[in-house]
Write a protein that binds this ligand. Structure first.
Ligand code: C2O
Ligand code: CU
Ligand code: CU
Length: 564
C-alpha cells in the first residue's frame, strides 16, 4: 500500500511539470491584526481538491510586516474543529504571548496576544505548536512569514519592495495520496512547494534581488545554490542581518531556519535560472542526503523511494526581466553591528543530550528524546534566572542531524564539533543543525526581559515529526526579585510528592498562602497560613498540578505536584 502511494507521487512529480507563477502571500501590518485560522480546499492537481488549512485564506497565511518598537495586537480566531496554537517563531515575546503548547486556542475561540516588537529586522515566521499536532497543522497549510523592519536595516541600500525585489520564499515538501490529500507522516515528501506553489516560477528584475528563505518543511534539509553556478550573498540569518555580507555558493537550510540572500541578476535580462537544492552534495547523516543516517544500513522506511533524497532538484525557476524604476545594483558589504555575549560572563552552563529511544539499526526511525526523557507538559526541565547569560551544549548521540530550536531568545553559536562557526553561522540564530554521530554545538545567549513562574518556553528539534514524538523540553525563566532564588529553594521541601491526601511543607519561613493549580492554570485550592504547614488535599481530584507557595515576604515558588 505504501509502495503504491510512493509510485503515485513519483508519477505526479514527473508528469505535473507545467510551471506556475509563484504565489506571493498578501501582507498585513499595523497595530491590530486579525488572523482567522480556517479550513479550505485547493486545486493542486486535476481531480479531487486537496483539503487544507490556512489563515485568512485557503492555504498558508499572510505575511506580517512589523516594525521594531511598535505595539501589536494579534487577534487569532480559530474556526477549525480542532484546537491549535500560533507561535511567533524567533520573536522575543513573553511566554504567555509565545503561543507554545500551553496556550491552546480552542475551536471557535480567540486568542489575543499583545506585545511590543523587540526583534531585530529579519525574517521570522508563525505556525501552530499544539503538542502532537504541530506537524499535522503545519503540513495542512498553516505557516506564514513575518518581516520585521528597523532603522538599522533601513539605513542600508537593500532591495525591500515586497514581491518585486524582496521575495518571500517559503520552502516546503509534501506528500500526497492517490486521492490528492496531504499525507502527514511519511518519508515520501517528494512534492516541492514554494509559497504553496508547485513548479513555481517568478519573473524577477535584472538587478540585485533579495530572497527571504524560510524552510517550513517538516523534516527536509536543503542545500541551496543557483543553477548557473554563480555565487550569491548571505546578508542575514534567523535573528537579524549579519555584521558583513558573506559570499557563498551553497547554503544549507534546515527546518525552522531562515536566511536572507541577495542574488545578482544584473545583466541577465532574458535568461532563466533556478534556485536549486543540491541534495547530491549533502553529507550522509542529514535528512535529504542519499543516506539519512551516518552509517550504511540505517534508513527510514520509504526513504529510498523518494526521488528528492540524495538528488539535485529545482526549487524556483527565475525568469529575468527588465529592471524596476530604482533598482539596487550593488551588494552592500557592511551591514549591522553585533555585540555577542562573552563566554566569561556566563552565569550557567547546561547540556542537552539527544538520544534515540531505540538502539541499533532502527534508531534512526525515532522517537528521539532529550536527556533520556520524552517531553512532558507537566515537567519543567530547566529553571533559568532572568538576565542570566548561559552557555548550552547540545550533544547529539543519534545517527542523524537535528535542527535544535529554542524559544524566547536568539543565540550565537560558539562552536560546532569544537570548531568556531563559519561566517554564515556567526550571526543571530534560533535554530542550529546539530551534526549526528556524537556531534556537538555550543551556543551562548541571555534570557532577558521576560519571566513567568507558570508558563514555560520550549526548546525542541524542528523536524516536526521529532518534536511531536517528544524531542522537546521546556524551561521557566524566573525573576529572582519576585521569587526565591534556586539555592534557597533547597531549604524548602514539600512531601510526599506524589501524594494521596496530605502535604507537608518543611521550611523555616512563614507560609502566607498555598495554591494548587491545575494544568490550564486554574486555582483549584487556596489556603491562607496553613496550620502546622500541613495541607489536606481530600477535595482535590487525582492528577497533575502545580503547587504555588507564597511566603510572608511575598516570595513565591512553584513546583510540580502529582496527586494519586
Ligand atoms: Cu518554530 Cu517551537 O517552533
Ligand atoms: Cu519557535
Ligand atoms: Cu530531530
Amino acid at each position: 500500500m505504501k509502495f503504491k502511494i510512493g509510485l503515485a507521487i513519483i508519477s505526479l512529480h514527473f508528469f505535473g511539470n507545467t510551471q506556475n507563477p509563484l504565489f506571493i502571500p498578501d501582507t498585513l501590518s499595523g497595530n491590530t491584526i486579525q488572523l482567522t485560522i480556517q479550513e479550505g480546499q485547493k486545486q493542486f492537481f486535476s481531480g479531487a481538491a486537496t483539503l487544507t488549512y490556512g489563515i485568512n485564506g485557503e492555504f498558508l497565511a499572510p505575511t506580517l510586516i512589523l516594525n521594531r518598537g511598535q505595539q501589536v495586537s494579534l487577534n487569532v480566531s480559530n474556526t477549525l474543529s480542532d484546537s491549535t496554537t500560533i507561535h511567533w517563531h524567533g520573536m522575543h515575546v513573553a511566554p504567555e504571548n509565545d503561543g507554545g503548547p500551553h496556550t491552546p486556542i480552542l475551536p471557535n475561540s480567540n486568542w489575543n496576544p499583545q506585545f511590543e516588537v523587540m526583534d531585530w529586522a529579519s525574517t521570522y515566521w508563525y505556525h501552530p505548536h499544539l503538542h502532537h499536532k504541530t506537524n499535522q497543522h503545519v503540513q495542512k497549510g498553516i505557516a506564514g512569514m513575518i518581516i520585521v523592519r528597523d532603522s538599522f536595516e533601513e539605513a542600508i541600500s537593500l532591495p525591500r519592495t515586497y514581491g518585486i525585489d524582496d521575495i518571500p520564499v517559503i520552502i516546503q515538501t509534501k506528500a500526497f495520496d492517490s486521492n490528492n490529500q496531504i499525507i502527514v507522516e511519511t518519508a515520501l515528501d517528494s512534492m516541492v512547494m514554494i509559497n504553496g506553489t508547485i513548479n513555481a516560477y517568478a519573473d524577477l528584475p535584472a538587478q540585485i534581488v533579495r530572497l527571504r528563505l524560510l524552510n517550513g518543511s517538516s523534516e527536509r534539509i536543503y542545500n541551496l545554490g543557483l543553477s548557473n553556478g554563480s555565487d550569491f550573498t548571505l546578508i542575514g540569518t534567523d535573528g537579524g542581518l549579519l555584521e558583513a555580507s558573506v559570499t557563498l555558493n551553497r547554503l544549507k537550510l534546515a527546518p525552522g531556519e531562515r536566511a536572507e540572500i541577495l542574488v545578482n541578476l544584473v545583466g541577465l535580462n532574458g535568461q532563466t535560472l533556478y534556485l536549486k537544492s543540491f541534495g547530491s552534495e549533502l553529507p550522509n547523516g542529514i535528512y535529504g542526503a542519499a543516506q539519512p543516517g551516518m552509517g550504511a544500513g540505517q534508513s527510514i522506511p520509504n526513504y529510498n523511494l523518494n526521488p528528492l533524497n540524495g538528488n539535485d532538484f529545482n526549487l524556483l525557476q527565475v525568469n529575468v526581466v527588465g529592471t524596476t524604476a530604482e533598482p539596487v545594483l550593488n551588494v552592500p558589504s557592511n551591514l549591522v553591528t553585533h555585540n555577542p555575549w562573552q563566554e566569561q560572563n556566563a552565569a550557567q552552563t547546561r547540556t542537552v543530550t539527544f538520544s534515540p529511544v531505540n538502539m541499533g539499526p532502527t534508531a534512526i526511525n525515532g522517537p528521539f528524546v532529550f536527556d533520556m526523557m520524552p517531553f512532558d507538559m507537566m515537567m519543567i526541565n530547566h529553571t533559568i534566572q532572568l538576565n542570566d547569560i548561559e552557555i548550552w551544549t547540545l550533544q547529539n548521540n543519534t545517527p542523524i542531524a537535528h535542527p535544535f530550536h529554542i524559544h524566547d531568545v536568539p543565540f550565537y553559536i560558539l562552536d560546532i564539533n569544537g570548531i568556531a562557526p563559519p561566517p554564515e553561522l556567526a550571526g543571530r540564530k534560533d535554530v542550529v543543525l546539530v551534526p549526528g554521530g556524537m556531534g556537538t554545538v555550543r551556543f551562548i545567549t541571555r534570557f532577558e526581559d521576560f519571566s513567568n513562574e507558570m508558563v514555560p518556553y520550549m526548546y525542541h528539534c524542528h523536524m516536526l515529526t521529532h518534536e511531536d514524538g517528544g524531542m522537546m523540553g521546556q524551561f521557566i525563566v524566573s525573576d529572582p526579585n519576585s521569587s526565591i532564588t534556586n539555592h534557597s529553594l533547597d531549604a524548602f521541601t514539600i512531601y510526599p510528592n506524589p501524594t494521596f491526601d496530605q502535604l507537608i511543607l518543611q521550611t523555616s519561613q512563614n507560609v502566607e498562602k498555598v495554591e494548587i493549580i491545575n494544568q490550564i492554570g486554574k486555582i483549584v485550592l487556596s489556603i491562607h497560613q496553613p496550620k502546622n504547614n500541613s495541607i489536606s488535599l481530600v477535595n482535590v481530584n487525582p492528577g497533575s498540578y502545580f503547587i504555588r507557595v507564597t511566603l510572608d515576604n511575598q516570595n513565591k515558588l512553584t513546583r510540580k505536584l502529582v496527586l494519586e
